[in-house]
Design a protein around this ligand. Structure first.
Ligand code: ACM
Length: 550
C-alpha cells in the first residue's frame, strides 16, 4: 500500500515489531538519516529507539554491527543509484540500503508507510500495534526532478507552514521545492542591499477577493517575508529531507511589488503601489543596464542563500506594451541592434543567464523564453501544456514539465458549482495521476532532456495553509507517483492505495479535498471564480504558445 508505488514489493513471512529495545544503527555517513528516522518514529511510538554508529571496517567487540537482531540497520550500497533503495523487513530486523543518503531516506519514508497510519501522529495512540509485515522492497525513481512549486508571493506562507509542506513533500519522495518568491503582489525575501524590498514590497494594502476583473478588495493588509536566516533554515530543513529549494525571482514582468519600492527600475518611473489585484500587469521592468545590475545584485544574495544549481528567473507573462511605447526603450533597442521587443526580452534574460552561469548556476525560466534565442544550458519550465517541452527538448534544452491541464493545482478540482473560487479547467485527481512529463513525439535522445516534472500551486485564491492543503492534496499525491513510479499507471490500482494514504494525511492533519467534494467550510459561497471548459482552455493555451519558435 506504498505511495508512490515502488518498483517491486515481495511479501515475506512473519512481522517485525518495534519494541523498547529496538535500536537504529548506521554508518557515520548516514547519521543524519538515522537521527531523522528516530525523530520520525519516536513521537507516535513513545519508544527510545537509540541510534548507534556502525564503525567502518566491520565488527569490533562491543560496537554496533549490521543486521543485529531487533535493529533497524541503515547502509550504503554503491551498486544502487543515489536515490535507489532496498528495504528488507524480517522478523529479526529491518535493513535499509541506499545508493546514497537520499535512497536511504526514501527507504525510511517507505518504512513509515508500512506502519499503521498512527505513526504520523505526534503522540502515542492507545492500543497501536507497531509491527511491520515482512517484505522486500526494491525501488528507485523514474525522474530526478520531482517538484512542487509554491507561490508564497500572492499569499505569504509563514515559515512553519513551509516547513510542514516540506515534510509532506518528503513523505511523497518529492525532491524539488520551487519557491515563487516575488510577484506583483508581494516580495518575500530579504535582500540586504535593497531594504525597501522588505519595507515596502513585502505587503499590500488589501487583496482582491474572487477571480473576475472588478472583484472587490477585502480591505485587509496582507504581507510577510522570510529573513535571510529564515531562508537558511528552510533550505537546511529541506536539505535534511533531500529536497533542493529552487528560488524564483521574477523578471522582467510580474515586478510591480519591486517597482513600488524602486520605481526607477520601471519603464514609466512613476510611483506605484504593490498590486492588490490579480492578473497580468503592464508595469514591467525597464531594460537599462542599471536594472540588470539590480537583478544581478539580488541574485548574488539569492545564490549565497540557496545552494541549488538551478535558479529560476521567471520570464513569463511580460507584456511588452510599455516597452513598445517608450522612446528610451526604443533608443536602447537601437543601440543594441534589436528590432523586436521580444528580442529585447531575450537580451534581458541573456544578461541574467550569463551572470548566473559565470557563477556556476543554471538559469531556469518559463516557456516564454522560447519566443527568442535562449542561452545554452537554460532549463525551460513548460507550463502552457507541452509545446514548450517539445520545442525545448528538440532544440537541446533541458525541460521541467508542469503543464496546466494536469499539474496546475490552483485549477478547480471538478465541475461542481461549489468548488471554491473555481478557476480555469477542472483538474481532477485522475487527471493529475495521468501526468506524463515526457511528450510522446520526442526521440529517446530528446526525451533525455526532460529532467522531470512538477506541480504548480499558485495562491491567488489560497489565503492560508489550510486552503493550500485543500488544493494540493490529494492531487499532489497523484503527481508524486507520476514522477516517481515506472511502468503503466492504472487509476483503479492507484485508488485503493490512495484511500490508505489519506489515512496518513488524516493522521498528520492535512485538510485535503475529499472525493465527495469540498466540505462546507472549504467552499467560498458567493465569491466568483473564472471557470473555463476543457476545450476552451485548450484553445486558449494553443493560442498562447504561437509565439514559441521552433
Ligand atoms: C505561469 O503560470 N504564469 C507560469
Amino acid at each position: 500500500m506504498l505511495l508512490p508505488r515502488p518498483h517491486t514489493v515481495t511479501a515475506g513471512a512473519g512481522r517485525f515489531t518495534l519494541t523498547p529495545t529496538t535500536t537504529i544503527a548506521a554508518p557515520e555517513a548516514l547519521t543524519a538519516e538515522a537521527i531523522w528516522l528516530g525523530s520520525a518514529l519516536r513521537p507516535a511510538t513513545g519508544l527510545p529507539l537509540p541510534h548507534s554508529v556502525i564503525p567502518e571496517g566491520g565488527v569490533m567487540p562491543g560496537a554496533s554491527a549490521r543486521d543485529a537482531a531487533g535493529q533497524i540497520t541503515l547502509g550504503l550500497d554503491g551498486s544502487l543509484g543515489a536515490e535507489a533503495y532496498r528495504l528488507t523487513v524480517a522478523e529479526r530486523g529491518v535493513t535499509i540500503d541506499g545508493g546514497g543518503a537520499a535512497g536511504v531516506f526514501y527507504g525510511c519514508q517507505s518504512l513509515l508507510q508500512l506502519l499503521p497510519p498512527e505513526i504520523y501522529r505526534r503522540a502515542t495512540t492507545p492500543g497501536a500495534d507497531w509491527s511491520i509485515p515482512a517484505v522486500a522492497v526494491q525501488d528507485s525513481p523514474r525522474f530526478g526532478w520531482r517538484g512542487a512549486m509554491l507561490d508564497v508571493a500572492r499569499h505569504f506562507m509563514p515559515k512553519h507552514d513551509v516547513l510542514r509542506f516540506i515534510d509532506l513533500m518528503a513523505m511523497h519522495k518529492l525532491n524539488v521545492l520551487h519557491l515563487h518568491l516575488t510577484d506583483d503582489q508581494g516580495w518575500r525575501i530579504e535582500i540586504t542591499k535593497y531594504p525597501r524590498l522588505t519595507d515596502v514590497s513585502s505587503w499590500r494594502s488589501e487583496s482582491q477577493v474572487g477571480a473576475q476583473e472588478g472583484c472587490p478588495g477585502d480591505g485587509r493588509p496582507h504581507g510577510g517575508f522570510y529573513t535571510q536566516l529564515d531562508i537558511r533554515e528552510i533550505v537546511g530543513y529541506a536539505a535534511a529531507r533531500h529536497i533542493t529549494v529552487v528560488p524564483e525571482i521574477e523578471m522582467p514582468g510580474h515586478v510591480q511589488a519591486m517597482l513600488a519600492a524602486y520605481p526607477e527600475y520601471g519603464v514609466t518611473g512613476k510611483p506605484i503601489d504593490v498590486a492588490t489585484r490579480w492578473g497580468i500587469i503592464e508595469d514591467v521592468a525597464n531594460a537599462e543596464e542599471s536594472t540588470i545590475a539590480f537583478f544581478c545584485d539580488v541574485l548574488d544574495e539569492v545564490m549565497e542563500l540557496f545552494p541549488s544549481e538551478f535558479v529560476h528567473v521567471g520570464g513569463d507573462e511580460c507584456p511588452r506594451v510599455q516597452w513598445a511605447a517608450d522612446p528610451r526603450t526604443e533608443q536602447l533597442m537601437r543601440e543594441r541592434g534589436i528590432t523586436r521587443e521580444a528580442d529585447l526580452q531575450s537580451w534581458f534574460m541573456a544578461q541574467i543567464g550569463a551572470h548566473l552561469s559565470a557563477r556556476g548556476k543554471r538559469m531556469v525560466g518559463w516557456d516564454e523564453l522560447l519566443e527568442g534565442p535562449v542561452p545554452e544550458g537554460t532549463v525551460i519550465s513548460s507550463w502552457r501544456d507541452m509545446t514548450g517541452a517539445v520545442t525545448a527538448a528538440t532544440r537541446g534544452y533541458d525541460v521541467i514539465s508542469c503543464p496546466t491541464s494536469v499539474a496546475y493545482l490552483d485549477f478547480r478540482q471538478s465541475d461542481r458549482p461549489d468548488e471554491p473560487i473555481p478557476v480555469a479547467m477542472p483538474v481532477t485527481v485522475p487527471d493529475a495521476y495521468a501526468f506524463e512529463p515526457v511528450p510522446p513525439q520526442l526521440t529517446a535522445e530528446q526525451a533525455a532532456h526532460v529532467l522531470g516534472g512538477q506541480a504548480n500551486i499558485w495562491t491567488e485564491h489560497m489565503d492560508s495553509a489550510r486552503t493550500v492543503d485543500f488544493f494540493a492534496f490529494p492531487r499532489l499525491s497523484a503527481i508524486a507517483e507520476a514522477l516517481w513510479s515506472r511502468g503503466d499507471r492504472d487509476y483503479t490500482e492507484f485508488e485503493p492505495r490512495l484511500t490508505e494514504h489519506l489515512k496518513r494525511l488524516d493522521a498528520i492533519g492535512v485538510e485535503y479535498r475529499h472525493a465527495s467534494g469540498p466540505l462546507p467550510w472549504q467552499t467560498r459561497p458567493g465569491i466568483p471564480g473564472r471557470p473555463v471548459g476543457r476545450e476552451e482552455w485548450q484553445r486558449f493555451t494553443d493560442e498562447l504558445v504561437l509565439q514559441i519558435k521552433d
